[in-house]
Design a protein around this ligand. Sequence first.
Ligand SMILES: Cc1ncc(COP(=O)(O)O)c(C=O)c1O
Length: 396
Amino acid sequence: MGKIDILKIARIAQEQKKINPSIIDATIGMFYNDERKLIIPMVEEAFHQLNVFETFKYGATDGGKIFEDNVISWVLDEKLELLKEKYLITGLSTPGGSGALSLIFNSYGKPGEKVLVSDLRWRYDYFIKSAKMDVHEHRLFLNGSFDLEDLEKQLTNLSQKQKRIIFVLNDPCHNPTGYQLTDFEWMGLIDVLNKFSQNEIILAYDIAYFDYNPLGFKEARKPFEYLLKLKSHVQVLICFSASKSFAIYGVRLGGLIGLHPTEEGYKYFKKFVVDDALGKWSTAPSVGVGIFNALSTKKDQYIEELNKLTHTLKVRGDIFVEEAKNAQLNIYPYSGGFFVLVHSKDPERDYELLVQKGIYLIPMETGLRIAICGITTNEVYGLASKIKEIIGESND
Ligand SMILES: Cc1ncc(COP(=O)(O)O)c(C=O)c1O
């Protein structure tokens, strides 16, 4: 599933929907409100008020000091002061969360070595392959919960073969399942990572959807407290996606935030990660940096806007989960976010069957991903039972 071309399938669905509006296009991870609007008015206003000179001239490779402070403060928010007591903190602008991920694999990975990812995952494989590395999978779920035991087993396997292990964690609103670690699982995860003190662990913490956490903006930052319990062989590199938090998908802005327990780790980031960005894209787009810096000055007001989107998403998720239960449609554990994953024994076949009935989803290795972010609440009603009817036993 890590190598499906989602953008290509989404393009087909978009073309078909133009011809026939009754088509359900639940392919891509972009949030549309119930009026089918993608753009958030406050973001559009910030875009129109950009200083053209500042936008057109070359920016800084790291996004500049103002961006660095803003992105650290946006992401870590009220947990910043606590984290500062333990970590040296860095921030860097990137082209989307994708850029942040790509920097991690290139700057911290060694060609030929492996990156630890869950069996159900977004398409990290592209970035990993491009860094000439391979994937090593751990099983995400056991009986509907995070499978900590398998994580430890796979870490043990890898720890015997390579000194440094990059482990990708996508939480909350996991893509493609919508899973969210419980507090208990977070603590268990920290304990597991702490056991590997003979190795060097890079926790690539992909928080792409954390601003849509149904528990709210402040609560979404609670896991940062758990990171304080990590031992010094674990470095946390947080991948932030402005694409998602500001609905500026095509602008290509994100950020990489480093929590470095040692001076050495801090210096490495400042030298090698920034150099890697310079060697890849020179600077992230100034348009995004400008929009982000402007909205950072209106954070409280913007969070209110975000809350509306999160609420809509929660309503859609609740309807789908409830109807799935009634229709006995088997889904993976969902707590919130852009996607729900439906079990399927033959995703390619089921994908084709659903297309014939005007429903476009994304086929993955063991399921079909439904982007409830991209369809209206009205389109969610009845969808679970339609899917069950079409894919039948393949879902049992
Ligand atoms: C899990 C996950 N991480 C990161 C990203 C990166 O998004 P972007 O590069 O647009 O910020 C995405 C985008 O779909 C995603 O689903």
